[in-house]
Design a protein around this ligand. Structure first.
Ligand code: HEC
Ligand code: HEC
Length: 210
């Protein structure tokens, strides 16, 4: 038992912060190798991982667990997108881990929320809407949308508004009945309760969240 614990302790690389350590606990990747492999991703996700255009998601500072899970989902077909399915098909499991750890280590750049958006959905984000069974977004994604590296709840603060709207709409339209219990079902159940107006406002709100 002691030996197992020691082996576990040794396998955790020394990290600069507790947050870094938490990421490394879940995805065993090599950030330097990931940086080399990410050259092809930069065309769309940007050289700094902040998206080369507003329709491409920012990956900088994203939870490595979430990135790894999404890449495996694109490869298996559980998440469908014509562009990303093709990209993920060529990646090995180790490639995905290296890429996940690389992008998680980059610095996210925040955007700006419209005043209207803050007025429309600021309260929904912070406190939810009990009458409609919508929990506070902040309860899972955190007060500034930084996500939770250990559970793989994604960073959504600073996300590109155009992509965030597409992503919320995709989750809104996902049929939950046949999904296994897990992260996708959890978020799709919440997104299903959002109106078009709220999705649009949330997308702008998230872009400005930092
Ligand atoms: C030609 C453009 C393009 C390239 C190249 C590309 N991506 Fe993407 N990526 C996209 C688009 C578009 C989406 C959004 C898909 C959707 O709407 O579901 C996406 C989504 C993702 C997501 C999910 C993000 C989220 O927040 O859920 C991850 C992770 C990702 N890409 C990683 C990569 C990696 C790693 C590479 C390089 C191996 C890469 N992508 C190359 C266009 C691209
Ligand atoms: C119970 C926890 C929980 C709550 C509450 C929650 N989310 Fe999520 N959210 C998740 C998880 C987990 C995922 C990742 C789902 C997956 O694996 O595809 C997610 C995904 C997302 C995404 C997609 C991220 C991306 O990169 O594509 C957005 C946007 C989002 N949530 C916004 C919200 C908003 C807005 C609210 C409040 C109305 C909210 N979430 C409430 C857990 C939660």
């Amino acid at each position: 038992m002691k030996r197992v614990l020691l082996a576990l302790a040794l396998s955790v690389p020394l990290a600069a912060s507790a947050e870094e350590a938490a990421k490394d606990l879940f995805v065993k990747g090599d950030a330097a190798a990931g940086a080399t492999k990410a050259a092809v991703c930069g065309a769309c996700h940007g050289p700094t991982g902040n998206g080369s255009a507003p329709n491409f998601p920012k990956l900088a500072g994203q939870s490595s667990k979430y990135i790894y899970e999404q890449l495996t989902a694109f490869k298996s077909g559980a998440r469908v997108n014509p562009v990303m399915s093709g990209q993920a098909a060529a990646l090995s499991d180790q490639d995905m881990k290296d890429l996940a750890v690389h992008f998680a280590s980059l610095k996210p750049q925040p955007g700006v929320a419209s005043k209207d958006a803050v007025a429309t959905v600021g309260k929904l984000y912070r406190a939810g809407d009990a009458a409609r069974g919508i929990p506070a977004c902040a309860s899972c994604h955190g007060p500034v949308g930084a996500g939770n590296p250990s559970t793989g709840y994604p960073r959504i603060g600073g996300q590109n508004a155009q992509y965030a709207a597409v992503s919320l709409q995709r989750l809104h339209d996902t049929k939950t009945e046949s999904l296994p219990e897990g992260n996708v079902k959890m978020m799709a159940t919440i997104a299903a309760k959002l109106s078009d107006k709220e999705i649009e406002a949330l997308a702008s709100y998230l872009n400005g969240l930092q």
